[in-house]
Design a protein around this ligand. Structure first.
Ligand code: ZN
Ligand code: ZN
Length: 133
């Protein structure tokens, strides 16, 4: 018998064309039930996308925790993602500084992991070779 949990998750995301993303969404949904911090996710339950593809959405601004939020200016911060180099830069839209604190570090960490997962960094070695050569 296969795992019922996994089947349910994958059926929920049957319409997601990127199957690697669909598998990740299902996996992280299940992990969240077991205590995974939703802000550490690399796939977004709300937008059904890789985090680095939808982190630009206003839904990802969390003033209370300081995610994409500059407390000094009470302003939103943008996230720049360079898909080629893997660089992730959080920057206040007003003072153009990097908002201090753990929330910014968490965004950078999660977006980098999201980029790597989307590119199949962990599963497909040929992608990595193609990118670095
Ligand atoms: Zn999202
Ligand atoms: Zn600022």
């Amino acid at each position: 018998m296969t795992t019922p949990l996994l089947i349910t998750g994958q059926e929920r995301y049957a319409d997601v064309r990127d199957r690697r993303l669909a598998a990740m969404l299902a996996e992280e949904d299940a992990a969240e039930e077991l205590g995974l911090n939703p802000l550490e996710r690399v796939s977004c339950r709300l937008h059904r996308r890789w985090l680095h593809h939808c982190v630009h959405s206003a839904d990802h601004v969390i003033k209370v925790t300081g995610h994409r939020w500059c407390r000094d200016c009470s302003s939103t911060a943008s996230v720049g993602v360079n898909e080629l180099t893997g660089d992730v830069l959080v920057c206040c839209e007003k003072c153009h500084q990097i908002p201090r604190g753990a929330a910014t570090q968490q965004i950078v960490r999660a977006c980098r992991a999201s980029l790597a997962a989307a590119q199949g960094f962990f599963a497909d070695q040929t992608t990595v070779v193609a990118l670095t050569s």
